[in-house]
Ligand binder design. Structure first.
Ligand code: RM4
Ligand code: MN
Ligand code: MN
Length: 430
């Protein structure tokens, strides 16, 4: 039996933190009560929060220069799910897994589904991959996939997406996410309008095959791997495409896929207003698609994004049902620690956004009191909600301090023994 972090171990770890948590919780409860906020309601929100973990995120990532593997990395999709289960055990908000195909293509989907369910996990969005060539692939994606000038390549890329839909259905997933690397490296390389037409044609074929209850998410990205022009370059183009496709198509926002300084919370608000927000690939960045841990570089931006999301949630905006996923690459940290920390950071932003005094904010907006409007947001953002997050985790059976408990469990060392490097199948670990 592979090593697992047991409930009793988590409970024992929590013992050490329990008194301090209780003290901090009560102090925060009094502080919030003075502000008219009910701490128990916020614990409820923290408990209800969900974000899916990417199957491709539990192995060490890499840059185009190098990858530095970690001891005990998962060797196949089952071991990846074991790692996801460890994350879920400690943070409790991550029962969903987002799978990348073919990196994590299961031979027998029913078996993988049962394996996940046994660990309290389920499959969230499926992700196709037509940005790389696979060893047994007939035609190359070097010059594009869904938008390739050659109809045979486009057909092959569409077929791959249809296969993902079939797999997703068998695994119990409810959505499919398409990101393509298609674009041009040089001016003149592509006919910009025709490439988008081809993209839409291919997507129509995928959309038509959506299983019942499935939604289609498309993900825009400014640049990379195409360095001059990207076919689906921004949210406006994405919005145009999902409108063309139909009511089950939505625009997914990956936080790293915009130019520096772009006001992403505005993009989010627009997509909510137009009923087309699919959800997120959360991560953080300084310069480009850095795939750093959520909340590590621009925590205020993350809060402002959640401020829009919570506002729509509280208003019960019709059709508002975003899917939250992490999409990160971990190069210098233990991926499990990064994913746990990111899940906690997202929950933090979500709870802080619930702390915003929305009546006061509306009044300041009505009176054009810019200073106090910002202060109202800042008051929520600067409130240390850590005791709320820890209490929610503890009550749900998770760890008061997930990283500390993880390190104390010696999970990584145990996996190093169980998963010897010489037997490691590197395929699928990206
Ligand atoms: C892309 C994009 C996709 C992800 C790949 C690995 O930049 O973010 O969502 O699947 O990277
Ligand atoms: Mn992404
Ligand atoms: Mn990306």
């Amino acid at each position: 039996m592979p090593f697992e972090i047991s409930d009793s171990f988590v409970a024992q770890q929590n013992q050490e933190e329990q008194r301090a948590l209780q003290e901090d919780y009560e102090a925060l409860q009094r502080q919030l009560a003075r502000r008219g906020a009910d701490i128990e309601r916020l614990v409820e929100r923290a408990t209800a929060f969900r974000v899916a973990v990417p199957s491709w995120g539990v192995g060490t990532g890499g840059t185009r220069f190098a990858r530095f593997p970690l001891p005990g990395e998962p060797r196949d999709v089952f071991e990846k799910l074991d790692d996801c289960a460890a994350i879920f055990k400690l943070v409790r908000v991550t029962p969903g897994i987002s799978l990348h195909i073919p990196w994590d293509k299961p031979e027998r989907p029913a078996e993988l589904r049962a394996f996940a369910e046994k660990r309290g996990l389920h499959f969230d969005s499926m992700n196709s991959n037509t940005f790389q060539d696979q060893p047994d692939q007939k035609l190359s994606y070097k010059f594009g996939s869904l938008t390739h000038t050659d109809a045979a390549v486009r057909r092959q890329a569409v077929e791959h997406n249809l296969e993902c839909l079939e797999l997703g259905k068998a695994l119990g997933a409810r959505s499919h996410t398409v990101w393509v690397g298609d674009g041009g490296n040089f001016p003149g390389q592509q006919h910009i309008r025709k490439a988008l037409e081809r993209y839409l044609d291919s997507l129509r074929a995928i959309y038509k095959a959506l299983p019942d209850g499935f939604r289609l998410f498309i993900e825009h990205k400014l640049y990379e791997p195409a360095f001059y022009s990207t076919v689906l370059n921004d949210w406006g183009t994405s919005y145009y495409c999902v409108r063309e496709l139909g009511e089950r198509a939505f625009s997914l926002v990956d936080l790293g896929h915009h130019a520096p300084n772009v006001n992403i919370e505005m993009i989010v608000a627009r997509l909510i207003q137009f009923g087309k927000l699919a959800g997120f690939h959360f991560n953080d960045s300084k310069y480009g698609d850095d795939d750093l841990d959520a909340g590590s570089i621009k925590p205020f931006q993350l809060f402002l994004i959640f401020n829009e999301l919570v506002d729509a949630e509280l208003e019960r905006t019709p059709g508002f049902d975003p899917c939250y996923m992490l999409d990160q690459s971990h190069n210098v940290t233990d991926p499990l620690e990064s994913l746990m920390t990111s899940a906690v950071e997202l929950t933090r932003a979500y709870v802080q956004a619930h702390l915003v005094d929305r009546e006061a904010l509306a009044e300041y907006q009505r009176k054009n009191d810019a200073l106090m409007a910002l202060q109202t947001l800042k008051q929520a953002f600067t409130t240390d909600v850590a005791p709320i997050l820890a209490m929610a985790r503890r009550r749900a059976g998770g760890a008061i301090d997930p990283v500390k408990a993880y390190r104390a469990s010696r999970y990584r060392m145990c996996k190093d023994e169980e998963r010897p490097a010489d037997a490691r199948k590197t395929a699928g670990i990206v």
